[in-house]
Design a binder for this molecule. Structure first.
Ligand code: SAM
Ligand code: SF4
Length: 317
């Protein structure tokens, strides 16, 4: 479906849970989330019904996310059913990789084509610090499992945080020479819950190429990422800059939260509930959400916070 600003909306981000086995400092409060009642969250059937409605409106790509999608006990069934919805050509997943060691092959068999893996540092102590509890080796093991499971693409997403991992840009980019992976640097976004980060943490992606003198800009884009490549690399390095350069003009997505709310824009407080609606009702709600997509979100910076009413784990990043 085309939105009021001429953008073709073809991409749904489906959050399957708010829960997570990590507590990344920019995403989630230390104490985790207050566990909601089962009946307040969408069921598997409701999620799949929403994807069917989305496909009828022209959505062709679904990213399964969260929270951490792999803590959801029925995640394989959700992925399998989503990937079989007529019209859905790509089912992809974003994960912290901690559980990929045991699940990568099954996810691939369930129809997941590609995975994005979050990894902000290659230092075990820093990993434990930023995730408040994770073990770097578990994430690396998950990445290795993904690489041998036959996904069409494995991407590594690193949130760029000044004063934390800016010194690791070369080491993280180097992963594109060590493994057949793409690495994406993403600017830290001032979401609710990420108040502990000061102005210096909001570092523009334009700093990345300065730290990679060998990197050659590529002509093509990958979605909203500007691409570079290190000589001899197996994958690209990409920059995603929600703060320093809006990519709203190319925004082709809507989001569905695990508790059944459509979000026309990540950085707006506007939400439309689909709770209790049948598939035709969801389709109408989606039309409304797409019609409500703003031309662009407001400025974002250390001082100008996102208007999202939710932390990232409760949105579906
Ligand atoms: N748990 C999964 C993971 O970490 O990949 C999926 C959900 S997580 C919310 C999705 C993505 O959002 C991750 O890559 C994470 O780094 C990113 N994210 C969370 N909070 C963010 C923030 N404040 N700014 C930028 N990216 C953020
Ligand atoms: Fe969990 Fe992902 Fe948020 Fe980290 S970024 S706390 S792994 S949902």
């Amino acid at each position: 479906m085309i939105d009021p600003y001429g953008r073709n909306i073809t991409y749904l981000r489906l959050s399957v849970t708010e829960l997570c086995d990590l507590r990344c400092r920019y995403c989630m409060p230390a104490e985790g989330v207050c566990k909601k009642r089962h009946e307040d969250m969408l069921t598997e059937d409701e999620m799949v019904g929403a994807v069917r409605a989305a496909a009828r409106l022209g959505i062709t790509k679904v990213r399964v996310t969260g929270g951490e999608p792999l803590v959801k006990p029925n995640i394989l069934s959700i992925c399998r059913r989503v990937s079989h919805v007529p019209g859905i050509r790509e089912t992809v997943l974003t994960t912290n990789a901690l559980r990929l060691k045991d699940m990568a092959v099954q996810l691939r068999e369930a129809g997941v084509k590609r995975v994005n893996i979050s990894l902000d540092t290659l230092n075990p102590d820093k990993y434990a610090y930023i995730t408040r509890r994770g073990r770097l080796e578990d994430a690396l093991e998950g990445i290795r499992a993904a690489l041998s499971a036959g996904f069409e693409k494995v991407k590594i997403n690193a949130v760029l945080i000044g004063g934390f991992n800016d010194g690791e840009v070369p080491a993280l980019a180097e992963l594109t020479r060590a493994w057949p992976v793409d690495v994406r640097f993403i600017e830290l976004m001032p979401m609710p819950g990420s108040e502990e980060f000061g102005a210096e943490a909001y570092m523009p992606c334009s700093e990345v190429p300065k730290k990679l003198p060998e990197a050659v800009p590529e002509d093509k884009h990958d979605g909203v990422a500007r691409l570079y490549r290190l000589p001899g690399a197996l994958g690209s390095v990409g920059l995603i800059s929600p703060l320093s350069s809006h990519f709203c003009a190319e925004c082709n997505r809507i989001r569905l939260t695990a508790d059944g709310h459509l979000k026309p824009c990540l950085h707006s407080a506007e939400e439309i509930s689909i709770r209790g609606l049948d598939e035709d009702g969801v389709l109408e709600a989606m039309k409304k959400a797409i019609a409500m997509k703003p031309r662009q979100h407001g400025a974002l910076s250390a001082k100008e916070k996102s208007f999202s009413a939710r932390e990232m784990n409760r949105v579906g990043g």
